[in-house]
Design a protein around this ligand. Structure first.
Ligand SMILES: [Zn+2]
Length: 239
């Protein structure tokens, strides 16, 4: 059974020394992973594989029996000890946007009577969009969301993650907040729950800040109608 990935348990770890467990041209299997593979609307980490005599950008990470395959640019055949490094600035931005997406999602869920998320995408340009299952009449209220989001940032609430059996979590209303995607069921049958102070709990495999006060204040850039029951908000930083 694979251990829990280090990008979840040690999100501060941006450098990993590992031994190659298995290899193919342009790919190595490692028994641990610090690079977030992408998923749930969060972009993959920007990471580099270093080996004795070379280095290449990692192009994909995929869970497999015995670990995680790391695909990298080129066709090198790599053996022995390697090092993986993760771009700290990009990870920080993704963790910040991801945390803000949880906050926005939880406020909408509470303010709009359990409205579900139908889509989420973080962007490298420092914005993110969320789609909600909401009628058109709610557009004006969505425009005012920045106020309550920024209040949560000012309150500097702690963020933590814990494990829970997937089936139990699936039975609790509100823990699985997305209409389309369920958070990943781990090898051990658990799911990771991310908690923000006492305002939000939801299943999630991504990376987050340690407290809401680490995030910069936001503004709502745009609210769009995307179909009869779908409202899309784009959120960016103030100033
Ligand atoms: Zn998350």
């Amino acid at each position: 059974m694979r251990p829990q990935p280090l990008y979840q348990t040690r999100s501060d770890l941006l450098e990993l020394e590992a031994d190659v467990v298995d290899a193919r041209p342009g790919m190595v299997l490692l028994d641990q992973v610090i690079a977030f593979p992408g998923g749930g609307g969060q972009l993959p980490d920007r990471a580099v594989l270093h080996w004795d005599g070379g280095a290449a950008a990692i192009t994909g990470v995929e869970a497999a029996a015995g670990g995680w395959w790391h695909a990298f640019e080129g066709e090198a055949e790599v053996a022995g000890p390697v090092r993986v490094t993760v771009d700290a600035g990009f990870r920080r931005l993704m963790a910040e946007l991801h945390t803000l997406a949880h906050i926005a999602n939880s406020i909408v869920y509470q303010a709009f009577d359990g409205a579900l998320l139908t889509g989420a995408q973080l962007s490298a340009d420092g914005t993110f969009r969320l789609d909600f299952d909401l009628p058109a009449s709610d557009v004006e209220r969505l425009r005012a969301l920045s106020g309550p989001i920024n209040e949560v940032i000012r309150a500097d609430l702690p963020i933590r993650a814990f494990q829970m059996p997937w089936d139990d979590a699936n039975a609790v209303p509100g823990l699985f907040r997305s209409r389309s995607v369920s958070p990943p069921r781990q090898d051990d049958g658990n799911v990771r729950i991310v908690e923000i102070g006492d305002i939000d709990r939801q299943g999630c495999g991504g990376t987050h800040l340690k407290s809401t006060g680490e995030a910069r204040p936001v503004r709502i850039l745009k609210v769009d109608n995307k179909g009869r029951q779908n409202r899309r908000i784009r959120v960016g930083f103030e100033g």
